[in-house]
Design a protein around this ligand. Structure first.
Ligand SMILES: Nc1ncnc2c1ncn2[C@@H]1O[C@H](COP(=O)(O)OP(=O)(O)OP(=O)(O)O)[C@@H](O)[C@H]1O
Ligand SMILES: [Mg+2]
Length: 270
């Protein structure tokens, strides 16, 4: 399950650097994402998480380094890569189904209606196909945007704080939904979040980035079997992992990144 048939990582980030003028957002960032896994990326605000995700999506170019999908450099958006953002970004003048079908119309591609129906059922949106975005709750809009992304059957789903704007209860429901979808599709998912809890519930690995310029400070394996129960998530192992990740993030913020840089060197040397 760890790698695809050729043994290479699904996504390989190599020495990724990104500058916006004088601002160095990423520098020497290296990471491999194995096929059929969920990897969460956490780190202080402004450390380059979104920058990294956009680079993975092919929406913008790196200043240095490269990101490979199945061994091929990503230089532009690829159909195998789906995206979900914090905002659902539904078109307000199209109903829910119209929004899901929109990418197919743009691509001149025939939608798989049975698959779309199945996804709508799976996320509990059956019966709302004709509703317009302003008639849907935030959670429903975000579920629609997940269906829109998955309807194209991506092999990689990139999610940038997809549930950051939702209340805690809805967010937990959405986390369970992502877990269910993953158990069914095994889509490789890269998930950015500010919530360590969310990262631990969802991920096979949690990647902690340093403050800007972002690079990988530590990667934690999350060994819990799925589906993940409340008991496991409230247990000592989850608590310890949570604490270590939190210490990484807050320790760096307090030390202004110095400890982060040292730890990063140590992690790289492992
Ligand atoms: N288009 C841009 N032009 C100039 N600077 C940018 C641009 N996008 C991001 N930056 C800068 O790059 C750095 C990293 O930004 P990025 O959005 O990747 O951080 P982030 O980790 O996603 O933060 P947050 O957790 O707050 O979402 C920040 O200093 C930001 O100001
Ligand atoms: Mg961001």
């Amino acid at each position: 399950m760890a790698t695809n048939t050729s043994g290479q990582a699904k996504l390989a980030i190599r020495n990724a650097g990104k500058r916006y003028g004088a601002v160095v957002a990423l520098e020497g960032c290296a990471l491999e994402v194995e096929a059929n896994t969920i990897v969460s990326i956490v780190g202080p605000s402004g450390c380059g998480k979104t920058t990294l995700l956009w680079s993975m999506s092919g929406l913008h170019a790196l200043s240095e380094g490269e990101i490979l999908l199945d061994g091929t450099p990503i230089v532009k958006p690829r159909p195998e890569i789906g995206l979900v953002f914090q905002e659902a970004n539904l078109l307000p003048w199209r109903n829910l189904l119209g929004n899901i079908l929109f990418p197919f119309e743009v691509k001149g591609q025939k939608p798989d209606r049975a698959w779309i129906d199945h996804l709508l059922e799976r996320v509990n949106l059956k019966g709302f196909e004709k509703a317009f975005p302003n008639e849907l709750s935030g959670g429903m809009q975000q579920r629609a945007s997940i269906v829109r992304a998955l309807s194209l059957r991506p092999s990689v789903l990139l999610m940038d704080e997809p549930f950051g704007a939702l209340d805690a209860f809805t967010r937990e429901e959405m986390n369970q939904l992502v877990e269910e979808i993953w158990l069914e599709t095994q889509t490789t998912i890269v998930f950015i979040t500010h919530s360590i809890e969310e990262a631990l519930f969802l991920s096979d690995k949690v990647v902690v980035l340093t403050p800007r310029p972002g690079r990988v400070l530590n990667v934690y394996d999350v060994p819990f079997a799925r589906p993940r129960t409340m008991e496991v998530m409230a247990g000592k192992d989850a608590f310890d992992l949570h604490h270590r990740i939190k210490a990484d993030i807050y320790g760096q913020q307090r030390s202004g990144g110095g400890a982060a840089a040292e730890a990063s060197g140590a992690a790289a040397a492992e």
